[in-house]
Design a protein around this ligand. Structure first.
Ligand code: NAP
Length: 302
């Protein structure tokens, strides 16, 4: 029997409904959640991504600010802008769209965002919180993958999960989230000699590589859950994932399609982190993140 589809569009709609209700409660209390999105330069794909994020904010009742800057914006000017947003009480999440122009150091920019507003979960402190099992913002794509796995109703405790890919934004946080859910986790990467040797033992496989047909039917254990993070183009230019969907669907128990699986969940989890950030500020009734966390401002933040 073919695998059951894990529908990321449907799950996103459900979660966005819940987020909208939480946002409405905050707004009624005079604390509307707010997201600031910063775009530097003219990368066409980035323009589409930020437009989608700002539209998603409007759909769930958030306040959003889109700040667009020319590609020659100086690094100092960008850091100054982030410092101002860090203390703007109307803003609960700050997202700087990557990639940035070459003269701007992305890690300096990410680290300049207050941890309490790091709704992308990319900063070193957010990563540390994840490693230490502390509350904090989880990177949106792996966080979305966890929600997709949860939606199958399968308990991860004691299951063997294999993550293919070890990037800081997807593979590594994915592995840590699976570990937190009590799975036994294996991480594979480009130097893994026989990928199938590992994936054939897995109850859950998360493919986050960026190369189509990385995971084929003969590499999957019957009944496994398969989450496809990859975003690639096939020979006809059609969007596809890392998984040979048609083949693997015949072996797995549950599988995410591309498109319509992980993709829609990424923005949804950005909204989730932002509403959570607004709720934290509301419950602590503190506005400025340097006060809220008790931390000194970070380098680059005035
Ligand atoms: P990345 O930074 O390029 O990382 C890719 C990872 O795959 C690396 O760890 C690499 O290993 C590993 N890899 C490469 N070839 C491999 C092979 N033959 N066998 C096993 N592992 C291999 O990419 P990323 O940012 O993590 O993204 C991965 C994919 O997810 C991309 O297609 C990206 O577009 C997609 N993505 C989708 C969403 C979404 O919302 N749907 C969000 C983020 C990313 P090394 O570390 O050894 O080089």
């Amino acid at each position: 029997m073919p695998a059951q589809l894990i529908d990321g569009v449907l799950l996103s709609q459900q979660l966005r409904g819940e987020i909208a209700e939480r946002a409405a409660r905050l707004t009624a209390a005079g604390k509307q959640p707010g997201l600031a999105v910063i775009l530097v330069g003219e990368d066409p794909a980035s323009h589409v991504y930020v437009r989608n994020k700002v539209k998603a904010c409007g759909d769930v009742g958030f306040h959003s600010v889109l700040e667009k800057y020319e590609a020659d914006l100086s690094e100092a000017a960008l850091l100054e802008r982030i410092a101002a947003l860090n203390c703007d009480p109307a803003i609960h999440g700050i997202l700087v769209q990557m990639p940035l122009p070459k003269h701007i150091d992305p890690s300096k920019v990410i680290e300049a965002i207050a941890t309490s507003k790091d709704v992308d979960g990319y900063s070193v402190l957010s990563a540390g919180e994840l490693v230490a099992n502390l509350p904090g913002f989880r990177p949106c794509t792996p966080y979305g993958c966890m929600k997709l796995i949860e939606s199958t109703g399968v308990d991860l405790r004691g299951k063997h999960a294999v993550v293919i890919g070890r990037s800081n934004t997807v593979g590594k946080p994915m592995a840590l989230l699976l570990l937190q859910a009590n799975a036994t986790v294996t991480i594979c990467h480009s130097a893994t000699p026989d990928l199938g040797l590992y994936t054939r033992q897995a109850d859950v496989v998360v493919a986050a590589v960026g190369r189509r047909n990385t995971l084929k039917a003969d590499m999957v254990k019957p009944g496994a859950i398969v989450i496809d993070v990859g975003m690639n183009r096939d020979d006809a230019g059609k969007l596809c994932g890392d998984v040979d969907f048609a083949g693997v669907r015949e072996v797995a128990s549950h599988i995410t399609p591309v498109p319509g699986g992980v993709g829609p969940m990424t923005i949804t989890m950005l909204l989730m982190n932002t509403v959570e950030s607004a709720e934290r500020v509301h419950s602590s009734s503190q506005e400025c993140p340097s006060q809220a966390t008790g931390m000194e401002p970070k380098p680059g933040v005035a």
